[in-house]
Design a protein around this ligand. Structure first.
Ligand code: ATP
Length: 443
């Protein structure tokens, strides 16, 4: 339901005005030029660039509060933000909860939509990457509890996140974790697939999405939260697929290829391809965690989205009521200053023996330009595998999962050798996952 081009600009501004009834003036905000930001928001430094556009720090002169303004390129939405999007933004403004980042304001300026959020000191990715931070089981429990609380509130209102990953889990000065970017994927469409950001989002994607499901639900966020749980335990991203096919391969290597009895609807999904059977190793062989933690993790990683635990049920799991109780947010360890840990990798970062954090630096993630070679759904990436509808058979004599990244195009060099993943060799599985793709990020 795109807004009609003829009335778009004025209508958009009138609608956006309605998002912020406190702001004076009518539909002529763009005429005021730069002042529209300065009228209320004193622009400070650039904080970074994400999937939807740049984010800068600003001072809200009305309240004295420091805020983060996300400037959303309307790009393909040149005809304006559609009415559905406006309704959704309004809904997000009403979504107030201690574990959801507050959308304070929304307004158009110079053809961009500006979303004003409360300013947050750091994010969970920075915490996970900071080698100076020791995360106790109680700390991990606390971060997971806050993540699930935020999710449960949104799911209760039928809002999905769809882009859960550690850098979207922002942390305030008092240690509260808040879900950021909520609902943006639904409002503005899936993040621009040409940006490398998407590559990392894949690591958190649920199997039903990788198989092309169009009718997915809150389970996709719970799966992603499971990946974040795993990442907190391992201190590195858990399932780092290099393509959608490879992502599914890694999921199946970790949890076993799903049997029809586990997920009957799987075969009907649009991009379903058959994988060679791999048995499930025990979770205990992959994670060092309590029985309660592993039980919850396995419920969050349940294949059938209908059988997967909900965010609310997860909060009621005994993991959260058993000892040790979650650390109170103020006492949680955090990096000293935003970005510090990211700019100064400790020497053990490259050591083979140390737990490796394999995602690229934030800088690279923000500004790396289009690399379409990364993208495509499972169907497309299956290539000849799709023709036979049997990935395990079609990927070579050893049955290796198809690798679809053009490393030469990306980095001008061959990728480092990669381990194969659909071997059923349990004893080596954990090591294989550990070794997995440091595919040239440091190039
Ligand atoms: N509310 C906020 N307070 C402080 N910094 C923020 C806030 N929101 C975003 N940022 C910072 O702005 C930068 C860009 O954020 P943005 O959310 O647009 O993208 P991202 O999270 O880096 O990547 P992606 O778009 O893939 O999620 C990041 O450094 C992020 O930490």
């Amino acid at each position: 339901m795109a807004m009609m081009a003829s009335s778009s600009s004025q209508q958009q501004q009138q609608n956006l005005q309605s998002l912020n009834p406190n702001r004076g003036g009518g539909g002529g905000e763009e005429d005021k030029g730069e002042k529209i930001v300065a009228d209320r928001y004193l622009k400070r430094e650039l904080l970074g660039e994400g999937t939807y556009g740049v984010v800068f720090k600003a001072l809200d002169t009305k309240t004295g509060q420091t805020v983060a303004i996300k400037k959303i390129r309307l790009g393909k939405h040149k005809e304006g933000v559609n009415f559905t999007a406006l309704r959704e933004i309004k809904l997000l403004k009403e979504l107030k909860d201690p574990n959801i980042i507050e959308l304070i304001d929304a307004f158009p300026h110079k053809g961009n939509l500006h979303l004003v959020f409360e300013f947050m000191e750091t994010d969970l990715e920075a915490v996970i990457r900071d080698r100076n931070i020791l995360l106790s089981p109680a700390d991990i429990k606390s971060y997971m509890q806050m993540t699930l609380k935020g999710l449960a509130v949104c799911h209760k209102k039928w809002v999905l996140h769809r882009d859960m990953k550690p850098n979207n889990l922002l942390i305030s000065a008092d240690g509260q974790l808040k879900l950021g970017d909520f609902g943006l994927a639904r409002i503005f469409g899936s993040p621009d697939r040409k940006f490398t950001h998407q590559v990392f989002a894949r690591w958190y994607r649920a199997p039903e999405l990788l198989f092309g499901s169009k009718q997915y639900g809150p389970g996709v966020d719970v799966w992603a939260a499971g990946c974040i749980f795993a990442e907190l335990l391992l201190r590195r991203p858990f399932l780092q697929g290099s393509s959608d096919i490879d992502q599914l391969g890694k999921i199946f290597a970790a949890f076993g290829t799903p049997k029809p009895s586990q997920w009957a609807d799987m075969v009907y999904l649009p991009d379903y391809v058959e994988y060679q059977h791999v048995p499930a190793p025990s979770l205990r062989s992959l994670f060092t965690a309590s029985d309660d933690a592993l039980d919850l993790l396995s419920r969050m990683f349940t294949y059938d989205p209908k059988a997967r635990i909900s965010a609310q049920q997860a909060l009621e799991h005994r993991y959260f009521s058993s000892q040790p109780l979650p650390t109170i947010p103020e006492k949680l360890p955090r990096p000293h200053r935003k970005g510090d840990s990211l700019n100064h990798y400790p020497s053990d970062f490259v050591s083979q023996d140390a737990p490796l954090v394999l995602s690229p630096s934030r800088k690279m993630r923000r500004v790396t330009p289009h690399h379409g070679a990364f993208e495509g759904n499972a169907h497309e990436k299956a290539g000849h595998a799709r023709d036979s509808r049997h990935v395990g058979e079609s990927t070579g004599p050893s049955g290796n999962i198809l690798m679809s990244i053009d490393f030469e195009a990306l980095h001008g060099s061959r990728p480092p050798p990669r381990p194969t993943l659909n071997s059923a060799d349990r004893s080596h599985l954990k090591r294989k996952l550990d070794l997995d793709p440091d595919f040239g990020y440091s190039h």
